[in-house]
Design a protein around this ligand. Structure first.
Ligand SMILES: NC(=O)c1ccc[n+]([C@@H]2O[C@H](COP(=O)([O-])OP(=O)(O)OC[C@H]3O[C@@H](n4cnc5c(N)ncnc54)[C@H](OP(=O)(O)O)[C@@H]3O)[C@@H](O)[C@H]2O)c1
Length: 268
């Protein structure tokens, strides 16, 4: 049985992440790349010798999965250009929550599936969120899930849960990293002999340990309670953290996504 080929259009952050992830963790998957940025295409081709470079239309005609790694407001225009070249059984894969699946589906006649990947795929980890779009039959979703299963832990979700799930599985990578950076920097200001690099390494070890504890069955709550002695110093920090406007943060993501979807829909 031949391995379905994966074609990526776009050479920015997520396009490069997925190509590198496939090269490292799924080397038998045929990879195709198209991009308007010739220099970026050439650089990726030099890094990944097995990569086949071709124009977007030819990629659309050849690849079994066509992944759009471009900004959401470029989706409809690109999908319409590719539509005559996509085979009826090709799966067009949206990588963004910034366009409604129905709007993208209206631009093509092939099945559409959404996957929200993350940078964690570079190390073969992290959740990738998979949801069925227009015309996607179980076999199409399975083809997509099967590829992403090589480079991540795919989670099948209803598209209605895409923002909440993306916050927890994707955005959190940046949010937790930003928290860690700020926490380390603030402590580095107080440190006597330790520098920021040493504190960063300690922070990373703690993150790894947190992950291992959760995988071992401890809840976040249990870890908080076991670590913060009532009236102690950690408890003092947690009192400040409790004032964190978490609701505002989550609401901001939903509001931003709604605005992006509306904007991308207007490009149809
Ligand atoms: N970054 C992530 O971790 C992440 C995670 C999940 C999903 N996504 C989604 O992935 C998509 C790409 O994000 P990114 O972070 O990779 O963006 P990026 O780094 O800005 O890369 C965007 C790519 O799209 C190309 N492009 C821009 N406008 C285009 C157009 N009108 N027609 C054709 N190509 C165009 C760019 O080419 P040039 O180099 O010529 O500008 C570049 O190759 C977005 O829809 C985003 O929502 C990203």
């Amino acid at each position: 049985v031949s391995v379905p080929s994966v074609g990526i259009i776009g050479t920015g952050r997520i396009g490069a992440i997925l190509l590198r992830a496939a090269m490292r963790h799924a080397p038998d998957v045929p990879l195709l790349l198209a991009g308007r940025n010739e220099a970026a295409v050439a650089a990726l081709a030099a890094e990944i010798p097995a990569l086949k470079r071709l124009p977007a239309e030819a990629l659309a005609a050849q690849a079994d999965l066509v992944l759009l790694a471009v900004p959401p407001d470029a989706y409809c225009r690109l999908a319409k250009d590719l539509a005559p070249h996509l085979r009826s059984d090709t799966v067009l894969v949206s990588l963004t929550n910034g366009i409604a699946l129905a709007d993208l589906g209206a631009c093509v006649s092939c099945p559409v599936v959404k996957v929200i990947p993350t940078m964690a795929q570079t190390v073969g980890r992290g959740v990738s969120l998979v949801s069925a779009g227009p015309r996607a039959k179980p076999r199409h979703v399975e083809r997509v899930r099967s590829f992403f299963g090589r480079i991540s832990r795919p989670l099948l979700i209803d598209d209605g849960d895409s923002r909440a799930a993306s916050n927890v599985a994707g955005s959190s990578l940046a949010i937790v990293a930003a928290f860690c950076r700020a926490f380390v920097r603030e402590n580095a200001k107080k440190a006597v002999a330790l520098d920021e690099a040493a504190l960063t390494a300690a922070m990373a070890e703690t993150l790894g340990a947190l992950c291992a504890l959760v995988e071992d069955g401890r809840s976040f709550e249990e870890i908080v309670e076991a670590t913060a002695t009532p009236g102690g110093v950690t408890a003092a920090a947690l009192e400040v953290l409790a004032r964190w406007p978490m609701t505002d943060m989550v609401e901001a993501t939903f509001a931003r996504q709604a605005a992006m979807v509306q904007q991308a829909g207007r490009t149809r």
